[in-house]
Design a protein around this ligand. Structure first.
Ligand code: FEO
Ligand code: CA
Ligand code: CA
Ligand code: CA
Length: 707
């Protein structure tokens, strides 16, 4: 049975906006249109395949003709080097519903940093009953560990990209399992939350920076008391830079010149920069804000509605209910007579950005980089930097029917640049593009700025960046099934994107027909593309579907990538290539959880165009990459009960893998706990409350992970 991913969220939690009202084509429509068109033009599976990928395969052997040129002719790609194919070398982990983390034989895990763990010596260890003070969470691990990145640390405190025995781990705390943070769960008195409870929940959001060191073998521990340890929370001060900074729509009572804001929330996936800073991504921020039912008569209603800050919404967890400016800031209602500088009507405009943090400078104020657009940011993955060329970052907007973006810097890359000054140079000026996936297998990156006539109705580039979703609607971008993480292949530069799932309400599983091979797409898929001429800043690309999620027991017409018990999965979310070209896939699932808890898989993919067409159940044909087989896709880890696997990092020597176990036991109550992890990992009789935690995985013989 499938279950709603948010079934266990508190009533005050607002689901991500999934009702993009624009009429742009949905990705599954295009998939179908693409197949239909090719079948009409050519007919026959092998001919279809040859035509679809002909320009790629022909260019590889020096040819140039294509008997059915696409309507939008992509630039002839330069043949990339063959993808690295390291051989996976571990025994697959089976499905598991147990309340422990399972890894392959010959591997071990350790818990590194769990909810409430103190960063410094002045605070006591986590006591287990929700007794920790709100204030102490300014120095403790927050909740819902998510995206993260390991930065090697030199002895002089600077970035050392190849160092594995010492480093800084930056990790996101996306959200909270509210019930476990307080002694008897959350309380409300006459509609008002106690300020101390709100403060604790606010401080459990944000980001941790944590110094790590190796201990025995390749095991890791965090350095308690390190001057580099840091917490940023939903109350910390953030600078705002880039084209939208200082404009009228960024002004608030807190920052009347629109240059700063308080807090970062719902930090989901992450990114990093070539100069050694961390990028954290604000995803489902819209639900945190209150908006009065009487707030409908303002000029920016279309923007608020499009992002899901809707009239009448109470705001997650009731954070706006206590008295005082600290709480009023969660209320976006227009109340003052003056412009936005007199109230918090614009506060939601200061969320939804990519945020840059310099982990090596604990005193440096983090910066919200508005040039990269405002949406439900899932991640921000750089293309491989090339000296003298612009830098490129890929980003998904995770809601149903949203889009995929990339940012291209104006400044060409110079490896000499460092720190937040480099951030200002590369991330404050450039062009934001949105993806259009064409029916013929080509794709276009469409610029979102005033140079595009389709955006003539926007007053300025700042308005386009604040209202990125509206701009993308206007240029006809392709609606996707919830774009999550992107990952860039380290050898051939191809970009992979998880599309986590669709909805069963529209097309329930079991209602398949020839025209709808993946009704509802409840198990998700992974698309990938190759930029024209292997230039990350190209405006055209070629794409295919790398992999379809599915239970192994589903019929071949649905289990389109022929997954087996050893590599089947559902709802791919976290996605990351290690330096060797191993692709790590993490799941955030609700559709296959009666069979197995969420998981981490390792894959060694080929490249765009290595597959062809298949016939789905009912005779429908579609295009996809080569079936991976267990040789190229294998389950590496299964998590404990009711968790999501998310966040992944590895030491540069590939000998210590780091992942996050998010919200184990999220569906439980204090009187009926549904998980006792991480204590259950070593104590089967545990009665402890569950905690989100970062874990590390090592190979018992001291070798590298996975291959
Ligand atoms: Fe926070 Fe898109 O998952
Ligand atoms: Ca995610
Ligand atoms: Ca997700
Ligand atoms: Ca999550």
């Amino acid at each position: 049975m499938s279950k709603n991913r948010y079934a266990h969220k508190p009533e005050t939690y607002t689901e991500p906006d999934d009702d993009n009202p624009s009429s742009n084509l949905h990705f599954s429509d295009i998939l179908q249109a693409r197949v239909t068109r090719r079948q009409t033009v050519i007919g026959g599976l092998s001919a279809t395949t040859a035509a679809l990928f002909g320009s790629l395969s022909l260019s590889a052997c020096g040819g140039s003709s294509d008997n059915a040129p696409p309507a939008t002719t992509p630039a002839t790609p330069t043949t990339p080097p063959p993808a690295a194919k390291p051989a996976l070398n571990f025994t697959a982990v089976g499905h598991s519903l147990d309340d422990i983390v399972k890894v392959p034989a010959g591997y071990s895990i350790g818990v590194l940093y769990a909810l409430g763990d103190p960063q410094h010596f002045g605070d006591a260890s986590w006591a287990g009953g929700g007794s920790e003070t709100a204030e102490s969470y300014e120095r403790r691990a927050g909740d819902h560990h998510d995206g993260m990145r390991f930065f090697g640390l030199a002895d002089d405190g600077t970035y050392a990209a190849s160092r594995s025995d010492r480093g800084l781990l930056c990790l996101n705390h996306e959200n909270i399992t509210q019930v476990y943070l307080h002694p008897a769960g959350p309380t409300t008195v006459a509609g008002v939350r106690p300020a101390a409870e709100v403060d604790k929940e606010v401080n459990c959001h944000g980001v941790s920076v944590l110094e790590l060191k190796r201990t025995t073998g390749n095991a890791l521990q965090y350095v308690r008391g390190s001057a580099l340890n840091r917490r940023l929370t939903a109350a910390s001060r953030f600078a705002i830079e880039g084209p939208a900074a200082g404009t009228a729509r960024m002004k608030t009572l807190y920052s009347t010149d629109g240059s700063a804001t308080r807090g970062t929330v719902n930090n989901c996936a992450n990114g990093y920069t070539p100069w050694g800073t961390y990028l954290t991504c604000e995803e489902n921020w819209a639900g945190y804000f209150k908006r009065a039912t009487t707030d409908g008569a303002r000029t920016d209603t279309a923007s608020l509605d499009r992002y899901g800050v809707k009239t009448g919404q109470a705001g997650n967890y009731g954070w706006s209910t206590p008295t005082g400016d600290l709480y009023r800031r969660w209320d976006t209602s227009a109340t003052a007579a003056a412009d936005g500088a007199g109230d918090y009507r614009n506060v939601a405009n200061t969320f939804g950005w990519i945020v840059e943090i310099d982990p090596f400078d604990p005193a440096a104020m983090p910066v919200k980089r508005t040039a990269l657009g405002r949406f439900g940011h899932e991640g921000c993955q750089p293309a491989t930097p090339v000296e003298g060329q612009p830098l490129v970052f890929y980003m998904g907007d995770d809601s149903r029917n949203e889009y995929v973006y990339k940012f291209v810097s104006k400044a060409p890359w110079s490896a000499a640049d460092k720190g937040l000054a480099a951030g200002a140079k590369y991330l404050n000026e450039g062009t934001l593009f949105v993806a259009k996936f064409n029916a013929d297998g080509s794709g276009n990156w469409i610029a979102l700025d005033k140079s595009n006539p389709a955006l003539a109705s926007f007053a300025s580039n700042a308005d386009i960046l604040i209202d990125t979703r509206l701009a993308a609607d206007a240029v006809g971008a392709t609606k996707m099934d919830r774009p999550e993480w992107t990952a860039v292949h380290p050898v051939n530069g191809e970009v992979y994107l998880t599309l986590t799932n669709g909805t069963t309400a529209v097309r329930p599983q079991g209602a398949t027909d020839a025209a709808n091979p993946r009704p509802g797409n409840v198990n998700g898929h992974i698309v990938r593309w190759r930029e024209a001429n292997s230039r990350a800043d190209a405006t055209q690309f070629q794409w295919d579907v790398y992999l379809f999620g599915s239970p192994s027991a589903e019929a071949p017409g649905y289990n389109l990538s022929a997954l087996t018990d050893n590599n089947d999965f559902s709802s791919p979310d976290g996605l990351w290539f290690d330096s060797r070209g191993v692709l790590w896939i993490e799941t955030d699932d609700g559709a296959y959880t009666s069979t197995t808890n969420c998981m981490l898989l390792a894959a060694t993919p080929g490249q765009v165009g290595d597959g062809g067409t298949i016939t789905a159940g009912g005779g429908t044909q579609t295009f996809k990459g080569a079936n991976p087989g267990e040789q190229n896709l294998r389950r590496f880890l299964v998590g404990p009960k009711e968790c999501e696997l998310t966040g992944i990092a590895m030491t540069p020597d590939n000998k210590t893998l780091i992942v996050n176990i998010q919200h184990p036991g999220e569906g439980g109550t204090i009187s009926k706990l549904t998980s006792h992890w991480p204590e259950s990992q070593t104590n089967a009789g545990s009665t402890a409350r569950p905690r989100s935690a970062t874990i590390f995985i090592t190979k018992d013989d001291g070798g590298v992970i996975g291959v």
